[in-house]
Design a protein around this ligand. Structure first.
Ligand code: F6R
Length: 248
């Protein structure tokens, strides 16, 4: 892992958005699709804001972009404002020229009987594009990436998982109480994420400092799934000074 530390998350986010825009341009010149793995949550919001600005003011086009989101709550309706489907449209997709058929988000509306197959289909669809060119990540206080909670296997693929209690506590305010937070989610696996050619993990604020120390300086362990990124050769952690404050 390579770390870069910024004074402000805004400055950092603008740089990450630039890297994504450069990749989109490069792929466009090659006449190849640009396959992006995307995250929700508070961490990537300013990256999406900057990408939208570049689309509106600098003509950055998403015509050749294919996206795969990391995760979705299960069960979850698409029009629920807590859904990651809603989040992505609200923060990015509704404001750029991406084709709706190029947007992929795990489907929180499938029946329990269809769930397993829909996860396999999601994984196969990513593979059909030759894998992810770029994966954007946040990190949870449990050390989850996507919703790969402690105990996740290094080779795991897209699947349904049970959310960790800490993750549900952290989601409780936006759901107006922990009882409203779903107990399950669908997530890309650690194997799915690690097959990306390039990974950028964003973490801002003091609440992430402790888990980042474990993730970056600790031993690789399934108890902190983000430590698996230590074994990926093209990962950068983009941090603000608070998030990096426990690093030695
Ligand atoms: C979201 C996701 C999660 C979040 C993580 C951090 O798609 O996969 O792993 O990245 O929970 O969330 P924030 O950014 O809200 O602190």
């Amino acid at each position: 892992i390579h770390n870069v530390i910024f004074d402000s998350s805004l400055e950092a986010s603008i740089l990450v958005a630039k890297e994504i825009a450069n990749l989109i341009h490069r792929k466009e010149e090659l006449n190849e699709p640009c396959v992006l793995g995307l995250a929700t949550g508070s961490s990537p919001i300013k990256v999406y804001e900057e990408l939208v600005r570049m689309h509106k003011e600098e003509g950055l086009s998403f015509k050749n972009v294919i996206t795969f989101n990391l995760d979705e709550y299960y069960p979850m309706d698409k029009d629920n404002i807590q859904s990651y489907h809603y989040f992505m449209h609200d923060h990015l997709f509704d404001h750029v020229d991406i084709s709706p058929e190029h947007i992929n988000i795990p489907d929180g509306t499938v029946s329990f009987e269809e769930l397993r197959q829909s996860c396999i289909d999601y994984e196969m669809k990513i593979k059909s594009y030759g894998g992810l060119d770029f994966q954007l990540l946040g990190i949870g206080r449990t050390g989850h990436i996507g919703f790969n909670e402690p105990g996740s296997h290094i080779n795991s693929g897209t699947r349904s998982i049970t959310l960790d209690h800490i993750t549900r506590i952290d989601a409780a305010p936006s759901f107006l109480g922990i009882d409203n937070v779903p107990r399950k989610a669908i997530t890309m696996g650690i194997g799915t994420v690690r097959s990306a050619k390039r990974i950028v993990l964003l973490a801002w604020g003091i609440s992430k400092a402790e888990i980042l120390k474990k993730t970056i300086e600790g031993d690789v362990t399934s108890q902190v799934p983000a430590t698996y990124l230590q074994e990926h050769n093209n990962t950068t952690f983009v941090l603000d000074s608070e998030a990096s404050s426990e690093l030695t």
